[in-house]
Design a protein around this ligand. Structure first.
Ligand code: SF4
Length: 373
């Protein structure tokens, strides 16, 4: 099983972001109150633990904005209330600007063994446009410092399809990223989420969306550069060197149960129940982590999720597992639908898996929509 801790604080708001987070001073008491409430929630929910904890993930927001003593409190609380595997993957998402040698060293000493660094681009004009706090120099320094301190599992987030990001800039971003001592790369296409200032700029005609042909070309460039530099694709947006796939995210895609702690965090029991914590920081603290909603997934919803998550991964959908979970006739129906896409080489069956090809990945939403129940 897995534990996710949501840290809803950021140093500033990036103009494209729709994640739940707030900007408060780093030393603010709210952050300490939040950590204490999250620690309480961890204690209260320990009976939900379904076996050994294999991965722990601090996501956000910007977890590196949390004071170190708050991170220590949460890690200690997990260790004293849950059975954590000796080789658990323990990740913290960081902003390069927060990654001083002291901060990284302290994380290493606490037992973190993976850092996920939100870089997005190595072009300073693009970073300013996105309202990121760091510049390219800080980002490069952060990765190198983390490696020098002893982190051998470092992930970099990049973004493509950003207004102003030319093919040349994207290639430079990839060249820098793949030359650093990183072991994992996540490369997401910019999406215009309602309520963000990026979305407002689009509505007001101040910026234009990158067209689909260009996005497809960019996707080709990303996959080629990753392949050339030893980053093997294992999911539509994720690439890993050697054995450094994200075990935590792979758990989400495989239906592993997880306990999500903190404001707006989701949980899943590995069967039919999902839980959503309240998406309001002050309410979360006031109600001591006890305000949430539950949802029970029906058979169709479970099937759709299985298909959606399977297709995102390069290994694809395990047909044996599908039959076992949803029956032979449902699997046959799905395969019949999949045949349409095999004809134009967007989907392939290999052994007891069907998987989306590189060309298919560019049309993933379209293909997925046809295979749902
Ligand atoms: S992208 Fe990350 S750092 Fe930027 S506002 Fe969103 S959560 Fe905060």
């Amino acid at each position: 099983m897995e534990i996710y801790i949501h840290i809803p604080f950021c140093g500033s708001r990036c103009c494209y972001c729709s994640f739940y987070s707030t900007v408060t001073p780093q030393a603010s008491e709210i952050r300490t109150d939040y950590a204490k409430t999250a620690a309480k929630e961890l204690c209260n929910r320990r009976s939900e633990a379904n076996g050994t904890v294999e991965t722990i993930y601090f996501g956000g927001g910007t977890p590196s904005q949390m004071p170190l003593q708050c991170i220590q409190l949460l890690i200690d609380t997990i260790r004293s209330n849950y059975h954590v595997s000796r080789n658990a993957e323990i990740t913290l998402e960081c902003n390069p600007e927060d990654m001083t040698p002291e901060f990284i060293g302290a994380l290493h000493a606490m037992g973190f063994n993976r850092l996920s660094i939100g870089i997005q681009s190595f072009d300073d004009n693009i970073l300013r446009f996105l309202n990121r706090r760091h510049d390219a120099r800080r980002a490069i320094e952060a990765v190198n410092t983390a490696r020098a301190i002893g982190f051998d599992n470092i992930s970099i987030d990049l973004m493509f399809g950003i207004p102003g990001q030319t093919e040349t800039i994207l290639k430079q971003d990839l060249e820098v990223a793949t030359s650093l001592p990183a072991t994992h790369l996540s490369s997401y296409c910019l999406s215009y989420e309602k309520g963000t200032s990026m979305h407002a700029m689009l509505q007001n005609g101040k910026i234009q969306e990158t067209d689909e042909d260009t996005l497809n070309r960019y996707y080709d460039i990303i996959c080629e550069q990753c392949d050339k530099t030893g980053f093997k694709q294992y999911e539509t947006s994720n690439f890993a060197r050697s054995t450094f796939r994200s075990r935590h995210n792979s758990g989400y895609w495989d239906g592993t149960p997880y306990i999500g702690i903190g404001a707006s965090a989701h949980s899943y029991d590995g069967k039919r129940t999902r839980r959503w914590n309240v998406s309001n920081l002050m309410q979360y603290i006031a109600n001591e982590g006890n305000e949430y909603e539950l949802e029970t997934l029906n058979d169709d919803e479970l099937f759709d999720e299985f298909v959606m998550l399977g297709l995102r991964q390069t290994q694809g959908i395990d047909l044996n597992k599908m039959s076992e979970k949803f029956g032979a006739s449902k699997t046959a129906e799905c395969l019949k639908e999949a045949e349409k896409f095999s004809a134009n080489d967007w989907l392939k069956q290999e052994g007891h898996f069907i998987h989306v090809t590189h060309e298919g990945m560019k049309r993933l939403d379209f293909i997925t929509a046809h295979l749902l129940s």
